[in-house]
Each structure stands twice: as structure tokens, then as C-alpha cells.
Design a protein around this ligand. Structure first.
Ligand code: C2E
Ligand code: MG
Ligand code: MG
Ligand code: MG
Length: 286
């Protein structure tokens, strides 16, 4: 058998596989009860207008700490929820919680809310109408909500997805293309989906700034976006050099650890109360 052939490699393989399978099962079952018991959290990362320095909105990012596994990131539990048939309940939970909290931040300048939405949620025929219910119950105006979707969605041009997106657009909800530039990105999508409001440049591109080549790429994206009337958000800004470079390239909005990490709702409330300005020391005046 396997044991005699090598230095225990098959055994190790089995153990690793078994451990992963167990972790997945644990995540799926604990996630189910976490959703039912309101045992998740949402962090909010501020988005800034780079010219005025004003905070224009926040992106909702799901957070989860389990009793047996500790902190599990959304990069792991969102795909787990998709596999376990839990993305509908998880997505609805996040939308309900985030809309409720964002409605409370509308005390002065508008604070737009952005929520990540899985392609599987948009395949559910009732997605748009149930979101309309959520907005009505939470009191958040539809034009203050945007959903972030990834490019993989464009590949599934099913009627349910298309109907949902059209309906959301008709309601005044904004639609943002997340992680632009990675995967199967094609300018063709921009013409096929005229309902888009903004594109978010993936942080792998921002990380390469400020080289001449990467600036040429960002400038090209900005010029195409301008032609289509789309806003451009730079994601994952970690240095003032990257921020300055985005500004030079004409990118209108930015998000990243340099300006603000994803924050608990109480911190957003404080930020809103204090005027929500970008607080970055170095770099030229802007
Ligand atoms: P995303 O939508 O592209 O979100 C941006 C991710 O980059 C977040 O990771 C955020 O914390 C992180 N980030 C922000 N600024 C910086 C920075 O300056 N440097 C670096 N290195 N990272 C930065 P997070 O919160 O772990 O989320 C990962 C992904 O999980 C998200 O990527 C999104 O695709 C997904 N996700 C999160 N919450 C939800 C949700 O409620 N529903 C769905 N469907 N997906 C979600
Ligand atoms: Mg996003
Ligand atoms: Mg992104
Ligand atoms: Mg992502």
C-alpha cells in the first residue's frame, strides 16, 4: 500500500485533504447558525473623493469570528457559503445589516453604501424585489446604495441576472464593476452592460504604481471610463506615492489602508460626525 512506497506522502496527503474537508464542513455548519443568530459583523471601508478629500461612502465587508476556528476571512467563507447553498441568506443578512447602519449615517453629506454581491445572488429571480423591500424597511434611499459585482458575472448573461441588474438600475441603485483588470476583463463588457456606474481598479494594478507603464494603463482605463461616463475608484491604496499617482492619472476616487482600514460601524459614525475628511499627511496639496 501507500505506506511502504514513499516517506508517508500519501498519508500526509490524506491528512491534509481530510483536514480541509473537515474545515469546510465546520465552516458551513457554523456559518448557517451564525447567520440565524446574527453572529456576523460588517466592517466599513471609507471611499474618498481624491480631489476634495471628502469621504463619499463606505464599502461593506463581511466579518466573522467563530468559536472553534477563530477569525475566518470573507475570501474563505463567501466561497464556502456559495458551495453550501448559504449565499442567499448570507447576502441578505449583509444587505439588511449594512443598509440599517448606513441609514443612520445620513445626517449631513450623503454617505453612499457599497455592498459586494455574489453572482449566485443575482441569479435568484427575487433578488431585486427583496432588495427593494430591504431599502423600504431600513429607510436607505436607493440612490445611496451600490452593488459591487465581479467580471465573472458578465460571462453568465442569463436572463435572471440581466433582469435583476436592469431592475436595480431602474430603482436608482448603482452598479460597480469590482476588481477591474483581473480575470476575463474586456472593454466589450462596457458596451454590453450600459447600466454600469463605476469601475474599481484592482489593487494589483495600484500596487504597481507609480511606474511609467502602470500609469499608462491607469490613464487608459480612466479615459475609457470617461467616454462611458463611469466613475473610477482605485482600490488598495497603501502609499502616498500610489495616491498621488492615481490623482495624476485622473482617477476620481480611492480606497485603501493609507486613508482608512475597514472600520467597525461605531468608528464610521465618529468619522461622519467629524466631517469625514481624508487624513493623509504627505504628498502635494490636493
Ligand atoms: P473586494 O470587494 O475587492 O474588497 C477589497 C478587499 O481588499 C477587502 O478584503 C479589503 O479589506 C481589502 N483592502 C482594502 N484596502 C486595502 C489595502 O490598502 N491593502 C490591502 N492589501 N488590502 C486592502 P476583505 O475584507 O478580506 O474581503 C475580501 C473579498 O471578499 C472582497 O474583495 C469581496 O470580494 C469578498 N467579500 C467581502 N465581504 C463580502 C460580502 O458581504 N459579500 C460577498 N459576496 N463578498 C464579500
Ligand atoms: Mg468590493
Ligand atoms: Mg475589489
Ligand atoms: Mg476581491
Amino acid at each position: 500500500g501507500a505506506k511502504k512506497e514513499g516517506p508517508g506522502s500519501y498519508e500526509l496527503y490524506d491528512k491534509v485533504q481530510g483536514g480541509e474537508a473537515l474545515r469546510r464542513l465546520t465552516i458551513a455548519s457554523e456559518l448557517r447558525s451564525a447567520i440565524e443568530n446574527d453572529d456576523l459583523d460588517v466592517a466599513y471601508q471609507p471611499v474618498f473623493d481624491v480631489r476634495s478629500g471628502r469621504m463619499t461612502g463606505v464599502e461593506a465587508l463581511a466579518r466573522w469570528t467563530t468559536s472553534s476556528l477563530g477569525v475566518v476571512g470573507p475570501d474563505e467563507f463567501v466561497p464556502a457559503a456559495e458551495r453550501a447553498g448559504l449565499i442567499g441568506p448570507l447576502g441578505s443578512w449583509v444587505l439588511r445589516r449594512a443598509c440599517t447602519e448606513a441609514a443612520r449615517w445620513q445626517t449631513g453629506d450623503p454617505v453612499e453604501l457599497r455592498v459586494n454581491v455574489s453572482p449566485l445572488q443575482l441569479r435568484q429571480r427575487t433578488f431585486a424585489s427583496s432588495l427593494a423591500d430591504t431599502l423600504e424597511r431600513t429607510g436607505l434611499a436607493p440612490d445611496l446604495l451600490g452593488i459591487e459585482i465581479t467580471e465573472t458575472l458578465w460571462l453568465e448573461d442569463t436572463s435572471a441576472v440581466k433582469n435583476n441588474l436592469d431592475e436595480l438600475h431602474r430603482m436608482g441603485i448603482k452598479i460597480l464593476l469590482d476588481d477591474f483588470g483581473v480575470g476575463h476583463s474586456s472593454l466589450d463588457y462596457l458596451t454590453r452592460f450600459p447600466i454600469l456606474d463605476a469601475i474599481k481598479i484592482d489593487r494589483s494594478f495600484v500596487a504597481d504604481l507609480p511606474t511609467e507603464q502602470s500609469e499608462a494603463v491607469i490613464r487608459a482605463v480612466v479615459s475609457v471610463a470617461d467616454a462611458f461616463g463611469l466613475d473610477v475608484v482605485g482600490e488598495g491604496v497603501e502609499t502616498t506615492a500610489q495616491l498621488d499617482s492615481l490623482v495624476r492619472c485622473g482617477c476620481g476616487y480611492a480606497q485603501g489602508y493609507l486613508m482608512a482600514r475597514p472600520l467597525p460601524p461605531g468608528d464610521v459614525t465618529a468619522l461622519v460626525a467629524s466631517g469625514g475628511r481624508m487624513n493623509v499627511d504627505a504628498g502635494p496639496a490636493r
